[in-house]
Design a protein around this ligand. Structure first.
Ligand code: ADP
Length: 523
């Protein structure tokens, strides 16, 4: 069996990518799905659409599987095998997913009780305020490593239980199952037989204790979550189930599960403490490996589980890796807004040429706080701001300010991470859709004062999920093999002077302050 199939369920699209033993992409398929914005600050997905697009791309990818060349046996069988798309050549499936997005569904019918509440959704901001005013923020951070914020699943699940009519009673009767998208996909891929989540996804729910690596009774009580809805927590690398054979043409081992950012960190081979990556997708997420113990941030970063490598057969111990994380909610999505909202570009790719048509942003700053601000400000009431406009401002300046905003938000996270790290960070590995933008990568190197390194294979999220699955079944022999497969594509060195960087950051922070606390918290 020659390939690993990665299912990469992102915020804007579902993807399936087939990797060979060298970690190279051999087939891929992708489908976008609907973003639902029912009210300002609310973001939803249809969980059934997530499942149907994910299944469709998995099937499409399997159809594209390179056909086996050498098959032992009689010639007639050989030629039939050559024509057939070959699910049997897939050794295992690894799943990676948008994190925190919350689904609650009926165990019997498989029907979600409501749309999934997406990680960007701010509807639980006032509930988080209430918990903060009751003095729970510190306990939550101690137990979960997370900053009390509407971003995480716990309050979203509580909202579904309290606000969707009849749902709490059904949950109390044991009829409902909760999951983040990993759990939802495994449940569907196994025909409703298996209800599990991995430690990296569990660590984003605000219900999971980072130190005991178990659901936390005190947090379940705080959010009033019935234990019966919870999935079983499993390792990120380890065989958890087999797919229902009717779905993909064979029963395939599901052997890897991880949240998208943790998977990308793994796929970037950031396997030693002190190594960091930044992913430029819808949002930007910087993770630094902190080794086998969680580190408490002094600078508004999150402590989170990186991954758990399940104990090999015969071995007694799992191996756990933790990370520090900074989360920026609007990264590449800022460029989507230039395209779909402002309509000053037709495609995301056009932003580079437009921004490069002016030498600088003309002192224009865009603060993309469209869904509040994450690290390090954690302000759910901030909203987007465009500052410094003059009669000379053109769409090119706005495009440049948008790119700068992505890099400046990430520079703030990088600064927080550097303060928390014992050793200065040597380089920043990058990936994600917007990391293709060379101008943006150069801005990042300049604003952060560190070399930015883009690997040859930028599909690191899917690759990380593939690696986790492949390790579990011996497709890859160990971490050394993964490290040896990582290759530099392009390196961006910082060129900006220290004074110019300091000036830029002062102006940026002034702009960020202006966007803060714009919408009033509800009384
Ligand atoms: P996700 O996995 O979060 O759905 P991707 O990694 O697929 O995201 O990246 C898509 C994002 O990257 C979109 O928000 C898009 O606007 C942005 N993007 C794509 N190409 C470019 C580019 N050349 N310059 C800047 N942003 C880009």
């Amino acid at each position: 069996m020659r390939y690993i199939l990665a299912l990469d369920q992102g915020t804007t699209s579902s993807r399936a990518i087939l990797f060979d033993h060298a970690g190279c992409v051999v087939a891929a398929s992708q489908q976008e799905f609907r973003q639902i914005f029912p009210q300002p600050g609310w973001v939803e997905h249809d969980a059934l659409e997530i499942w149907s697009t994910q299944l469709a791309v998995a099937r499409d990818c399997i159809q594209k599987t390179p056909i086996r060349q050498e098959i032992p046996g009689p010639l007639a069988i050989n030629s039939i095998a050559k024509l057939a798309p070959d699910a049997g050549s897939i050794a295992a499936i690894g799943i990676t997913n948008q994190r925190e997005t919350t689904v609650l569904w009926d165990r019997k019918t498989g029907q979600p009780v409501a749309n999934a509440i997406v990680w960007q959704d701010r509807r639980t901001a006032d509930r988080c305020d209430e918990l903060r005013s009751q003095g729970h923020a510190e306990l939550i951070q101690q137990k979960t490593g997370l900053v009390l914020d509407a971003y995480f699943s716990g309050a979203k699940l509580e909202w579904l239980l309290n606000k969707v009519p009849g749902v709490r009673a059904r949950a109390e009767r044991g009829e409902l199952a909760f999951g983040t998208i990993d759990a939802w996909l495994v449940w569907n891929l196994t025909g409703g037989r298996v209800h599990v989540t991995d430690v990296s996804n569990a660590s984003r729910t605000m219900l999971f204790n980072l130190h005991t690596m178990q659901w936390d009774d005190a947090l379940l009580a705080l959010f009033n979550i019935p234990v019966s809805v919870l999935p079983t927590v499993v390792a990120s690398s380890g065989v958890v189930a087999q797919t229902d054979a009717a779905l993909l043409g064979a029963a395939i081992n599901i052997a890897g599960l991880a949240g998208d950012q943790q998977a990308a960190t793994f796929g970037q081979a950031c396997l030693q403490p002190g190594m960091a990556k930044n992913t430029y997708g819808t949002g930007c997420f910087m993770l630094m490996n902190t080794g086998s113990q969680p580190v408490t941030s002094q600078n508004q970063l999150l402590s989170t589980v990186g991954w758990r490598i399940g104990a090999a057969v015969g071995a007694s111990r799992n191996t756990d890796t933790y990370c520090l994380e900074g989360s920026v909610f609007m990264g590449g999505a800022t460029i989507q807004w230039l395209r779909d909202g402002l309509q000053i570009i037709d495609s995301a790719e056009q932003v580079q040429a437009l921004a490069a048509s002016v030498p600088d942003s003309g002192d224009v700053y865009l603060v993309p706080a469209f869904t509040g601000l994450g690290t390090p400000n954690w302000d759910p009431y901030a909203r987007g701001a465009l500052l410094g406009l003059t009669r000379g401002t053109t769409r090119a300046h706005i495009a440049r300010a948008a790119l700068e905003a992505i890099a400046l938000q990430s520079a703030d996270v990088f600064t927080a991470m550097s303060k928390d790290a014992d050793l200065p960070l040597q380089e920043l590995r990058v990936d994600g859709g917007a990391s293709r933008n060379d101008l943006l990568m150069q801005m990042q190197a300049d604003f952060s004062g560190v070399p930015v390194v883009r690997p040859l294979v930028t599909e690191t999220t899917a690759l990380g999920a593939a690696y986790l699955a492949g390790l579990a079944i011996g497709f890859w022999t160990g971490l050394d093999e993964i490290v040896s497969q990582w290759r530099v594509g392009r390196r961006f060195e910082p060129h900006m002077s220290l004074d110019a960087r300091a000036d830029k950051l002062v102006r940026w922070h002034k702009a960020v302050t202006r966007s803060g606390q714009w919408v009033e918290p509800r009384p």
